[in-house]
Design a protein around this ligand. Sequence first.
Ligand SMILES: NC(=O)c1ccc[n+]([C@@H]2O[C@H](COP(=O)([O-])OP(=O)(O)OC[C@H]3O[C@@H](n4cnc5c(N)ncnc54)[C@H](OP(=O)(O)O)[C@@H]3O)[C@@H](O)[C@H]2O)c1
Length: 244
Amino acid sequence: MNDLQGRIVVITGASSGIGAETVKILAQHGAHLVIGARRVDRMDALVSELGNIEGQVIVKQTDVTKQADIDSLIRTALDKFGRIDVLINNAGLMPLSFLSQTKVDEWEQMIDVNLKGVLYGIAAVIGPMKLQQSGHIINIASIAGHSVFATGSVYCATKHAVRALSEGLRQEEPHIRTTVISPGAVDTELPNAISDKRIGAATQEMYQQAISATKVAESIAWTMAQPANVDVNEIVIRPVSQSQ
Ligand SMILES: NC(=O)c1ccc[n+]([C@@H]2O[C@H](COP(=O)([O-])OP(=O)(O)OC[C@H]3O[C@@H](n4cnc5c(N)ncnc54)[C@H](OP(=O)(O)O)[C@@H]3O)[C@@H](O)[C@H]2O)c1
């Protein structure tokens, strides 16, 4: 994947799971990264683990529910590297519950992070990418953006929305590559946010079949490595045993 050498990449939700694995793979292939999440200690540890990458990965504390934080994340990439080639809107959370449990705070969190966070990311890069006449926006949706399951109503709604706005972006911006990555069960910290014990236990059980986050990260890197005139619009990747 020599094509990734020197690519300027910003990624949200880089402190764990799919985001952290993506940082590792892209850094190993010579990309320059500005990485954001709230847990700076986790991102610093990730950079130390990578070793010998002086200045190649910049850590920036970022809460994607704050537009100013995302603007600042993107500004850091532009100031340091002069352009931005790829934005990976990856931050997300999945506190599943039944609608009748009216966990309104969790609904709002999902809308703020999974949907508004992605929109803030697009808002921050679309101007610079239009000026460059190039760029690549990769949004991490889910197979929950393709179907709906009980306890996942709000999570699925946010992921359906991410797919819808990604398609709109693709149609509106012919110079910007637009990719949706829709994973099934992936072995990360994602189920930890489920506050209902029974739903949490059932989800952990279902996640016994989960695939490694490295596999999703590799699919992200593969879309980035395609020739400039090729836009991989969506990848669905899940455990072979996962029926839905
Ligand atoms: N794992 C799966 O089975 C699966 C399946 C389909 C889709 N996905 C999607 O994949 C993406 C990554 O999730 P994951 O599976 O890697 O889970 P994860 O290990 O829990 O990672 C989630 C990441 O999002 C970040 N995040 C959460 N709230 C944030 C906020 N307000 N501001 C900035 N960052 C925030 C977290 O960082 P901080 O807490 O440090 O801020 C963390 O780095 C999500 O969009 C998720 O919906 C995952």
